[in-house]
Ligand binder design. Structure first.
Ligand code: PMP
Length: 309
């Protein structure tokens, strides 16, 4: 992880305060039972404009509210007000560099008893400077994890629920400690789902494929953005369908996508080269396009970038 610096400020409950004052108690429900939802959003510094541009803010806020609904949680403020809170926090934090924004909504009751009802959520938001998440973005070595993604009837993967990330942590640590850069998890049916914190795409014979949203994957906002760019800008066909593990080994290109990982090329899986074993042409073109879009350099997609005024 690229960050170690603590935030200066936090949005906590309903106002902005010094980060050091935004504290919770040991009995906090979400800390004990994983009953929180969160978002991970990137802000990109645009030096020409002298402004921070927040990528797909409204979409991240919508998914945060939808994730909350999965937990019977009512944030108590509208999507517009949540987005405004993110922008207010960014203004207070005054970052003039690329950053990662973490809204977290969690059951803050200090009580014993696992449940989802009769609890009160707290909203917190912080932002920290942030660079690369996966160091080898040009060529990561992944492993197919022995851990499986929880199915929709275990914990819905479509939402960003804090408790689900214990599953990601099992997979990520086993992968890293075995010398890999990232884990690829299969779902309960044995099909490819996603990375520990990324959606996955493959390219084969001129077609692009990514697991459909019913394959135990997070409804990734980078995923959705890239499907649009692949179809509308690169003129490629993108299939959203179940993907078998074996397809990973015959793919010409594979890449992982996410707010943190952006577009990370996977050039080896379990010690086998993916295609040529080098960064492939589709991934390369897509990354260049994506980097222009997120920095606000592509007029057509400027609406995806919200400036912090
Ligand atoms: N899958 C998982 C499990 C994730 O944690 C993330 C990161 N939020 C993603 C996919 C990618 O989602 P997004 O593009 O919305 O960041």
């Amino acid at each position: 992880m690229a960050t170690s610096q603590l935030p200066r400020m936090a949005f906590f409950k309903d106002r902005i305060m010094p980060y050091a004052e935004a504290k919770v108690g040991l009995l906090t429900h979400a800390l004990n039972y994983g009953t929180g939802v969160f978002a991970g959003i990137r802000g990109y510094w645009n030096a020409e404009l002298g402004k921070l541009l927040v990528f797909r803010l409204a979409d991240h806020v919508r998914r945060l509210h939808e994730s909350a609904r999965l937990l019977r949680m009512h944030l108590g403020l509208s999507e517009e007000a949540t987005a405004r809170a993110v922008l207010d926090l960014l203004k207070a934090e005054n970052l003039r560099e690329d950053c990662y924004i973490r809204p977290l909504c969690f059951y803050g009751d200090e009580v014993i008893g696992v449940r989802l009802h009769g609890l009160t959520p707290i909203l917190g938001i912080v932002a920290v400077p942030f660079g690369l998440y996966i160091d080898k973005a040009d060529g990561a070595h992944c492993t197919v994890s022995s851990w499986r993604r929880p199915s929709d009837n275990v914990i819905p993967a479509r939402g960003k629920i804090t408790g689900s990330y214990a599953n990601s942590a099992f997979a990520k640590s086993d992968a890293e400690l075995a010398g890999f850069d990232e884990a690829i998890l299969l779902n309960q049916d044995g099909y490819v789902s996603e990375g520990s914190g990324e959606n996955i795409f493959l390219v084969r014979r001129g077609l692009v494929a990514t697991p459909s949203l019913n394959q135990s994957v997070l409804e990734g906002i980078t995923r959705r953005s890239l499907v649009t760019l692949l179809r509308d800008e690169l003129g490629l066909t993108v299939e959203e369908r179940p993907i078998e593990r074996g397809e990973l080994f015959v793919a010409e290109e594979i890449f992982l996508t996410g707010t943190a990982a952006q577009v990370t090329a996977v050039t080896r899986i379990d010690h086998r080269p993916v295609g040529s074993g080098q960064l492939g042409p589709v991934t390369d073109r897509l990354r260049k396009l994506f980097f222009d879009v997120i920095r606000g350099r592509a007029d057509k997609y400027r609406a995806w970038c919200t400036p912090v005024e």
